[in-house]
Each structure stands twice: as C-alpha cells, then as structure tokens.
Design a protein around this ligand. Structure first.
Ligand code: ARG
Length: 462
C-alpha cells in the first residue's frame, strides 16, 4: 500500500495488504453520500465546539477546524472538492481533507466520536431538511387543490363506485377528497419528524465515550429536540427512515390515484378535463396524439418508492445490535424517494394549475347511468315507504327505463306512478343532479354549500 493511500485510510494501521479493488468500490459510499457533505460539516462543527467548551479540544484547534471547514464547504459548493473513493465515504473524505488543510487539529476532530454516530447524525439532519422541504411542497399542492376546488365547487360530475356512475357529486368535492389525503400525508411527515429529530452523536461507536461530553448542547446547536437515549440504539436505529419511506409510499399512493384519474378523465372518451399541453407529449409516429406522460410517470414512480420502503425494511431486518455496514444501504432509497416525491408533488401542483374542467362533458356523463336513482328512493322514504321497499320500487323503475332506452328522469309521471302511488309531480325536482347534490349539505357532503364550507375550514387550517 502506498503511503498516501495508507494515510487516506483512517483504519489501515491494522492491515497487511490494501483493500481489493472491487471490494474498495463495493465498500465505498462517497459517490452517493457526498450529498451529505453540508450536514457532515455542520455536525462536525457542533461536535468540535462542544469538545472545546468542555476542554477536550484546545481553542486554537477549534479555530483551525472552523477555518478548514469553511474552506471545505466552499470547495464542496464550487465543485472543486477532491472527492476520492480511496477515502471511502463523505466522512473520511472531509476529515482527511481537513487534515490536509489544517494539520493536527483535523486529526483531533474525531475525538469522542465514531463514524457510526456521525453518519446517523448526518442522515437525520439531511432527512429533517427534506421533510421540511416536502412539507412546503405539499402545502403548495394543498393550496392549489383548494383553489381548484373553490373554482369548481358547484360543477356537477358523476361520482363513481366500481368506476360505474353512482351518484352526482361536485368536481370541487372530488378535489377536496385529495386535499384530505394530502393533509394526512403532511401530518404523517410532521409526526415522523419528531422521531427523526433526535441526536445520535455521543453514542460513539456503540457504547458511548469515556470523555466528559455534553450531548445536550450539541443537540441544541443542531436544532434537535433531544438526544437518543441509548447508545446502541442511537447508532443502529433506522426505523425513522422506515417511517419516512412509509409516509412517502402513502403519499405516492395518493399521487398515483390522482394521476390515474387525470389520465382517465383527459381521455376523450371521458373528456372531463384537459391537461395543459406543457405536461403532455406527442407521438413520433401518430401525429394526432397528445399523451398524458407526466401523470403516467407520476403513477409509474410509485414502483420505486414502494421498492425503497421494502428495501429499507429488509435492510434492518435481522441486523444484530449495534451498527452494521448494512446501514450504509439506507442512503440511496432515502435520497431517491425524497427526490422523487419532491418532483412528483411539485409537478402535480403545476399540473393542477393548468387543468381545465369540462363541465359539459361531466354533465353528459351524468345524464347516463340513472345517477339520481338513490334520490328517488330517498324521496319515497320521505313519503313513508321503508327504505328496502323503496329500493325495490326504484330498481324496477330503472329496469323499465333501461328497457325503453331512457334515463330515469325522462320517464313520464304516469310510468313512475305505476311503480308506486306515492310518486307525485314533485318527484322531478329530486331527480335533477342539482337537487341531488344540494340535498347533501351536511359536513362532508357534496352540496356546493358544504364544499365551500370545507374549503373555508381548510384555508384556515392551512
Ligand atoms: N459510510 C458508512 C455508512 O454509511 C459510515 C459508517 C461506517 N462505519 C463503520 N463502522 N464502518 O454507514
């Protein structure tokens, strides 16, 4: 092993031969974990300041470390930092560079610390900032949903069960269903953040440290709510990562459902909405095509996000306490998921901004499928018929309508009366989609008044 290479390896002293080439590449994580550099520097500075405060590190060394880290941060930012897989990961790259720059002070930085508590700290700092960024993007998306729902609070469309026309709803009400989903997603992120926001530093390799460290002050400086209570758990716990990925998977599920509806609705057979051209692509062979690639990819990205959740669950399964290198595998799924979600949620908010509803097409669909059949049954119940009997009466009326090739409201009064003498000439008012939705004005109902009230409540909460 060359002297330079040996110096690069913080742990090479015990070994008689250099690391196998492939093993070196296999073992190294710097290609992807260099993304943690800013957090690694932030954590190291907080650690060094604490060491100086409690008298473990001379003030002059702290000054050197701060100066060196300032230079390193600049190099990382400018893209001139000399990353090398000889130095394995982000932590050793930065520490070795610090020593190149400031000498012995750099070698003192790792006192009372291990890469095990260091990496756990870095990944928590990184994830916390990603959670905050995602929360911001989610908030924008939720705001857009409220704007769109408000604009279409009275726009009638068929509501579906089993993808068959079921009952009239308003488009605004439909959009507000997604608002609810994304609001729960935001709450899940906030909850997960509480457990992410704990400081592992001080656990050292696994057993804590013999130095008189002050963990609380490091936690405070780094904005953590407190310290991880058990050193073994601190270096090996990745369930905060599973929680984040699970929250992300649910978010993706919601995105995917919405994307699926946009794909369906923008299909000319439905024609309920028009997607802005800037989110669609054409075909290289069929000149007439306008394909919903962006929502399709949003739906497709669900695969990688679910995959990351399963990867992380599998990574932690069966690991003995405490730290194992398996945990290095936490990063790529986390990075990929955070990046994916950020793009997907941002694009979905943009897509909504450029979405045009087609009320005429929604109405046309609503006119096929006897969507107000339940309203007729409810009408008969109000006139005294038990619901089960009313259901039967209306079912027979629908059968007759189907036979005649007509919609329920198009049947003559006499025909309707023939199914039940309770039918009066006030029946047609309940058979209109406007009447149907207006009657569902309770909290959570689809009446325009209820939807507007829900939007007002949401605006206050947002
Ligand atoms: N790159 C490593 C990781 O991501 C850092 C910790 C290495 N610790 C060790 N004992 N080899 O987990």
């Amino acid at each position: 092993m060359q002297q330079d290479d040996k110096a690069a390896k913080a742990w090479s002293g015990r070994f008689n031969e250099p690391l196998d080439r492939l093993a070196q590449r296999f073992n190294a994580s710097v290609d992807f974990d260099k993304r943690l550099a800013a957090f690694d520097i932030e954590g190291s500075l907080a650690h060094a300041r604490m060491l100086a405060r409690v008298g473990i590190l001379p003030a002059a060394d702290l000054a050197d470390i701060e100066r060196g880290m300032g230079q390193i941060a600049k190099e990382v930012h400018d893209g001139t930092f000399p990353w090398t897989i000889e130095r394995e990961d982000v932590h050793l790259n930065i520490e070795a560079r610090l020593t190149d720059l400031v000498g012995d002070a750099g070698k003192r930085l790792h006192t009372a610390r291990s890469r095990n508590d260091q990496v756990a700290t870095d990944i928590r700092l990184w994830l916390r900032s990603e959670i905050d960024a995602l929360t911001g993007v989610l908030k924008t998306l939720r705001g857009r949903l409220l704007d769109s729902a408000e604009a279409d609070a009275s726009t009638l469309m068929p509501g579906f069960t089993h993808l068959q026309v079921a009952q009239p709803v308003t488009f605004g009400h439909h959009l507000m269903a997604y608002y609810e989903m994304f609001t729960r997603d935001a709450a899940r992120l906030a909850d997960c953040r509480k457990r992410v926001n704990r400081l592992p530093l001080g656990a050292s390799a696994l057993a804590g440290t013999s130095y008189p460290i002050d963990r609380e002050s490091v936690a405070k400086e780094l904005g953590f709510d407190g310290v991880c209570e058990n050193s073994l758990d601190a270096v090996s716990d990745r369930d905060f990562a599973v929680e984040f990925l699970a929250a992300a998977a649910l978010m993706q599920a919601h995105v995917s459902r919405f994307a699926e509806e946009l794909i369906l609705w923008s299909n000319p057979r439905f024609g309920f909405v028009e997607l802005a051209d800037r989110f669609c692509t054409g075909s290289s062979i069929m000149p007439q095509k306008k394909n919903p690639d962006v929502p399709e990819l949003m739906r497709g990205k669900t695969g990688r996000v679910y995959g990351s959740l399963f990867a992380m669950l599998t990574i932690i399964k069966g690991q003995p306490l405490a730290y194992n290198k398996d945990n290095q595998e936490d990063k790529e799924p986390l990075f990929d998921t955070a990046d994916t979600l950020r793009d997907v949620l941002t694009l979905l908010a943009e897509l909504l901004g450029g979405l045009k509803a087609r009320p005429d097409r929604m109405m046309a669909a609503l006119a096929e499928g006897h969507a107000t059949a339940t309203d007729l049954a409810d009408y008969l119940v109000r006139k005294g018929l038990p619901f089960r009997d009313a259901h039967e009466v209306v079912a027979r009326a629908v059968r007759e309508a189907v036979k005649l090739g007509k919609e329920l409201p198009a049947l003559p009064l006499a025909t309707l009366k023939s199914f039940s003498p309770l039918v009066g000439d006030d029946v047609f008012a309940v058979l209109t989609p406007e009447g149907s939705v207006a009657s569902r004005s309770h909290i959570g109902g689809t009446a325009p008044s209820a939807v507007k009230a829900a939007i007002a409540r949401a605006r206050k909460a947002l």
